[in-house]
Design a protein around this ligand. Structure first.
Ligand code: CP
Ligand code: NVA
Length: 309
């Protein structure tokens, strides 16, 4: 990278606990500033950010674009048909061209290798806006939301119910640097990547459990956390997954088993009536919209950290 303090944001565990907590503190500070109506803090003035989207998005696009604008910068949306990374143009060329115009590159791609290649060849920081492997910006927003509602992240019990996917990998990578209790309850055959589970367990920081029993898993949870059953790129498997994931829908009964203090979280978009019932998402202990809002605040802090401001 052009300057030594410039950092990519690709995986949570590329950072140590102090750095992650510093970014979260920063997110809370900038959030308070923006909520106060203050518009004079413009650290991104004169800066631009290219945003590559190979997949659909609402939250990631709008939160990055609005957040960057509110802090003085200009963000450019590049949709699935604009770049066609790997098809119309090689990733290494995309990285070098965009680095000539922009101060930051944010990308949402399919193959994780694409984000690694972008980061390798870009001369500006690259931020991971989701790959098939992980979604670190989402988990930073979730951590901020937990700090605000539960009071802290350390020592809490987070129970994820559903597919052992990119969201789970990000939780596992966070658990490998910050101590909490993470449980993933998923159907047999839909467990998270074993290497990532091993890595988190080997780190010896958090209690990690992978189970096939959602009822037992949710007991004593601080947070019951959900994702869709069929991720982007798996939509043709949706019908089959609906069969296999029977028993993993989070309804009021399952939330009751969680206990009175359990918050409900879902990164959204949710498929109501599939992985979660309408009543659970609309319940007073559901903090899904706070979670969505915090995408913007967490990412503002991530970009500040990445560009060394
Ligand atoms: N949570 C999330 O990443 O939402 P989008 O897919 O709408 O960006
Ligand atoms: N697991 C989901 C997360 C979307 C934000 C997906 O990859 O589609």
């Amino acid at each position: 990278k052009e300057k030594p303090q410039w950092k990519d944001f690709l995986h949570i565990d590329d950072f140590d606990k102090a750095e992650i907590m510093k970014i979260l503190d920063w997110a809370a500070e900038v959030k308070a500033l923006l909520k106060s109506g203050e518009r004079g803090y413009l650290p991104f003035k004169g800066k631009s950010m290219a945003m590559i989207f190979a997949k659909p998005s609402m939250r990631t696009r709008v939160s990055f674009e609005t957040g960057f604008f509110l802090l003085g910068g200009h963000a450019i949306y590049l949709g699935p048909h604009d770049i066609q990374m790997g098809k119309r143009e090689e990733t290494r060329d995309v990285a070098r061209v965009l680095s000539r115009y922009n101060n930051v590159i944010m990308a949402r791609v399919f193959a994780h290798q694409h984000i690694l290649d972008l980061a390798k060849y870009a001369s500006v920081p690259v931020i991971n806006g989701l790959t098939d492997y992980n979604h670190p910006c989402q988990i930073m927003a979730d951590a901020l939301t937990m700090i605000e509602h539960v009071g802290q992240l350390e020592g809490t019990k987070v129970v994820y119910v559903g597919d052992g996917n990119n969201i789970v990998h990000s939780w596992l990578l966070l658990a490998s640097i910050v101590p909490f209790h993470f449980v993933c309850a998923c159907p047999k055959g839909f467990e998270p990547d074993q290497k990532t589970v091993d890595k988190a367990q080997r780190a010896g920081i958090s209690k990690i459990e992978i189970t096939n029993d959602p009822k037992e898993a949710v007991c004593g949870a601080d947070v019951v956390y959900l994702d869709v059953w069929a991720s982007m790129g798996q939509k043709e498997e949706a019908a089959h997954r609906r069969q296999v994931f029977q028993g993993f829908q989070v309804d009021e009964q399952l939330m009751k088993l969680g206990g009175p203090r359990a918050y409900f979280m879902h990164y959204l978009p949710a498929e109501r009536g599939v992985e979660v019932t309408d009543a659970v998402i609309e319940a007073p202990n559901s903090i899904v919209f706070a979670q969505a809002e915090n995408r913007m605040h967490a990412q503002n802090a991530i970009i500040l950290h990445s560009v060394g401001l």
